[in-house]
Design a protein around this ligand. Structure first.
Ligand SMILES: [Zn+2]
Length: 195
């Protein structure tokens, strides 16, 4: 899985979204709850400067803010978003702004900083969640008196996961392991060994 594939997958913007001129995207807040927000395409004149600024500064808010519908544009709301949700929103915003095909060709021509940023932040978020699953597995084993060879189900771990059952931001699926092993993500296979 390369960065471009990962980025386009995370993007989740279809040609139909571009034609509609908006996309309803689900985002996760820092407290684990979810909201649906609407991203609207902005005037064509905004496109070029927006992308350039995003590509050079990585400022996701600069891209997202003008495209979010009213109640979601406040700093409070943007602060309340999980970092990978904000990164995902901004990639979706760029996708809406440019269209899927143009984005693909931009990527092919090397303007891929925004996708790398998204992929990196998703990888980090996923690694954190794998660590949480690992810790929850240890806690489950300790409190339920399990052995090294026992393996929990997600349902078993639910009571030890305070933010709810985590999902890989890139759409990977998690497989839990025995108490003496480590959980895995089907997408982020390279991050199993830490970081
Ligand atoms: Zn993952």
């Amino acid at each position: 899985m390369n960065i471009v594939e990962l980025g386009l997958r995370a993007l989740g913007v279809t040609d139909a979204d571009v034609q509609n001129g908006f996309k309803d995207a689900e985002v996760q807040l820092q407290d684990g709850s979810k909201r649906t927000v609407r991203l609207s395409a902005v005037a064509p004149s905004l496109r070029e400067p927006l992308l350039r600024r995003y590509a050079t500064t990585g400022d996701t808010r600069t891209v997202v803010r003008p495209m979010l519908s009213g109640e979601f544009t406040t700093d409070d709301f943007l602060d309340s978003l999980a970092p990978w949700s904000l990164a995902q929103l901004s990639t979706a915003a760029v996708g809406l702004c440019f269209g899927v095909e143009q984005l693909r060709s931009l990527v092919n021509h090397g303007a891929r900083m925004f996708l790398e940023e998204t992929a990196q932040s998703e990888r980090r978020a996923c690694a954190n969640q794998l660590q949480m699953l690992d810790q929850a597995t240890q806690q489950w084993a300790f409190e339920k008196g399990k052995r090294a060879s026992d393996a929990p189900t997600m349902l078993d771990l639910a009571e030890f996961l305070f933010g709810g059952i985590p999902h890989c931001p890139s759409g990977g699926s998690y497989s839990l392991s025995r108490v003496d092993g480590h959980p895995h993500c089907s997408v982020h296979t390279e991050s199993q060994t830490g970081n």
